[in-house]
Design a protein around this ligand. Sequence first.
Ligand code: ATP
Ligand code: MG
Length: 487
Amino acid sequence: MSTDERIQILLIEDEEFDVRRVRNTLRPFDHQIEIRDVVSNGDSAIELLEQHHEHYDVVIMDLQIAGGTMGEALIRAIKRIEPSRQIIVITKMTVNITDFDFANRILQAGAFWYCTKYPSDIEDYIYQPTDFILSIFNAYQRKRLESEKSRSEKKLLRNVEGMLSRTKILGVSEQIQKIRAQIKQLAMTDATVLISGPSGTGKELVAINIHYESKRKLENFVTINCGSIPDELIESELFGYEKGAFTGANANKRGLFEQANHGTIFLDEVAELPLVAQVKLLRVIQDGEIEKIGRTREKVKVDVRILAATNKVLQQEIAAGRFREDLFYRLHVVPLYAPPLKERPEDILVLWEHFMRQMSIDMIRPTPTTEETAFDVLKRYDWPGNVREIKNVVQRLLLREENIITPEIIKEVLSLHPTSHQYTDSNAVFFQDSENVPSLREMEGIFRKKYFTFVRKHSSSDAEAARKLGLAPPNFHRMCKELGLKS
Ligand SMILES: Nc1ncnc2c1ncn2[C@@H]1O[C@H](COP(=O)(O)OP(=O)(O)OP(=O)(O)O)[C@@H](O)[C@H]1O
Ligand SMILES: [Mg+2]
């Protein structure tokens, strides 16, 4: 510690003799500790701390001073100004040192440590010097740790606020207003929530909002897409394994439940969970314990809030023997339904205008104007890909650098009528414009996108779509992302 980093003390003491004794005690350490100011009453101390709160690290205060704020009330007032500041209390000899009630009250009020003054015939010390000095050093360390902690918590809170402003759930329909109200309520509880609804309706967005509005907001939010991980790996992803559990298990692996401890886990596409993993999940929900593969010792306790989403009707999955009924009831504690856009057409224009503005700002270009008659096309369209599709269409339009969006342009982008080089619904390809021959890659992209959209539309889940396409789920997931079908 260099001299200009000395621990700064504010001393509150009304008796000259005791001020001298504190100075004498600290003198051998004046290269590390400095008494910056001395005041004789509580009100002046509060004033100083309010005006120059960054000047002092530790307050040393006599408990029984004359006039104004004193005693426990003074301790509380000092802590209110800056909770990380530490207070050392010195009391008169008359206090019985075995009075635990008294000690407790001082510490409860917020003091870090307290000591009883030496008898008044001792002029050199206020208290046993080693203990006194050590307590100042410890108080200083505690102050640094606490202000560090509060700084990083403030930073995290700012991040959470930023996160929430980027993931606002927009819309004016009654259904969306109800969802927003439900999220607020659910955020105050630890209830398991099952979010259902068609693709692209905002199920993940709902889960994110529940977590970041809840008291767990500073803890981890862990997402797993149960449909994008091969069956044989899902258990080790969720619950982890112990070293030596199977060939290749060279070290312990923490599962996602452990990573989400104290926070929230979001099980996306939960219907795709294999039955074995469903049994284990049920046990986590019932007992709060995870079964790590290969662990023979006691089970690992976790405190994790579970949110799950599906675009399937789970009751049908139960009937088909693919989903456990007991797990369904555990997940279905609070059901939340994200309706498709065609059931809430009044949200279409709000979302359209929002994404137009937001994404054009992101792309640093002027926001195009959408013609009134174009709005009619938007409202009449079915939006099978829901909000995600609106986002994609807006992005495509912005890339075309149109300034005025006409109904024709929208129809073209939505592939509502064939253009010179599009793969049309009648499965015919027209090449009329010999000037603008599309590249092979472009054509392949158009084909893939149509094909993927078609197969997804006729599958009840992404896992099923992947199976039909003969792709491994992770590859299917990645390709959907590349094609802009998933975010
Ligand atoms: N009400 C809304 N307001 C703003 N953005 C939204 C809204 N609903 C969805 N979005 C956006 O649309 C996209 C798709 O949403 P999300 O991923 O949450 O849908 P999903 O229901 O989980 O879809 P899937 O079933 O395909 O996984 C995201 O970019 C999301 O931010
Ligand atoms: Mg999703």
